[in-house]
Write a protein that binds this ligand. Sequence first.
Ligand SMILES: NC(=O)c1ccc[n+]([C@@H]2O[C@H](COP(=O)([O-])OP(=O)(O)OC[C@H]3O[C@@H](n4cnc5c(N)ncnc54)[C@H](O)[C@@H]3O)[C@@H](O)[C@H]2O)c1
Ligand SMILES: [Zn+2]
Length: 343
Amino acid sequence: MSTLHRVRVDLDVRSYDVVVGRGAIRELASVIPADVKRVALVTQTSLPIDVRAELPAEVTVSRHLIGDGEQHKSLATIERLGDEFAAAGITRNDVVVGVGGGMVTDVAGFAAASWHRGMRVVHVSTTLVGMIDAAIGGKTGVNIAAGKNLVGAFWQPAGVICDTAFLDTLPEREQRCGHGEMAKYHFLTGDDLLALDLDARVARCVKIKADIVGVDERESGRRAVLNYGHTLAHALEIATEFSMAHGEAVAIGMMFAAHLAQALGRIDAARVAQHRTVIADHYRLNIKPPKGVQRVELIELMHHDKKAVDGLTFVLDGPNGIETVRNVDIAAVHQALDALSVP
Ligand SMILES: NC(=O)c1ccc[n+]([C@@H]2O[C@H](COP(=O)([O-])OP(=O)(O)OC[C@H]3O[C@@H](n4cnc5c(N)ncnc54)[C@H](O)[C@@H]3O)[C@@H](O)[C@H]2O)c1
Ligand SMILES: [Zn+2]
């Protein structure tokens, strides 16, 4: 059996462990708080994963199924879960266990944050995006008509399980999205992630995110570096009416950010080439925006990005590493879009 990695997310009284590796599910009982009597298991029927055998024998388990897809990440789902939790007699001293990708853990986390004004939650993440991003750091929430993730709470889990064996059944496009997000971590620190095997790499991504969350739990500064590549990515997602998936857009967004940083004299050609090596050569992600996307639209959308308080704002690489850069010169943005051949 392979060795498991245990990563600590250090947040004073809200600290917790993330167990990573093939077979990490056998550690599920170790992250369930000892005093719980009931487990509210929140998951999807479509998932080929059942963790019930790994729960402590003495707890009562109720199972709560949610739909598959962003339209089910809703207040209606939270309300239904509340009704079901009531019927199952779930109290504040019990625990929610969310089993699924980011969609499930975001919903399970928010249900836990709001049930009886807050109960504990454990995430069992089953997608690459979930393991290295969504399940770590305590952002929970649901979508409303006005936008994605607009209603939610910061609610740290009591523990997280990332069993990489679950990735064996992950559809190819979901793998790709995970790789888009994973490629990002290659640029956030000086660590050589290419030298690590999958389990060690997932654990290192978790550690990088944990360290960032540890210094900026509620995204008042440093946590913004996790949005590397995301300004153009969000614009691409909207411009393609979400036919482009988030991770696919992030891959292009990071390539854009590299060209932009170069145009601003922040990084050299070798560092841009390094981006191409990781994103295109290693992860085999597409780095060209889809045909039909117009730069006027992208620039307009980037102006409306939520980070853009002062003119055009980007998260960019540079001599001091990745940081937020405000009031970016539009001429440099055009140069970067030229490099990506955006008409
Ligand atoms: N809270 C955060 O910090 C954060 C960060 C990133 C993303 N998110 C959120 O996460 C969501 C995206 O998460 P996601 O990419 O994991 O998508 P997802 O949870 O929607 O899962 C994608 C698909 O894969 C299926 N699936 C999941 N695990 C599987 C497995 N092991 N085998 C086979 N199929 C499996 C799911 O049923 C679903 O159909 C979005 O709602 C996004 O807003 C949150
Ligand atoms: Zn992202």
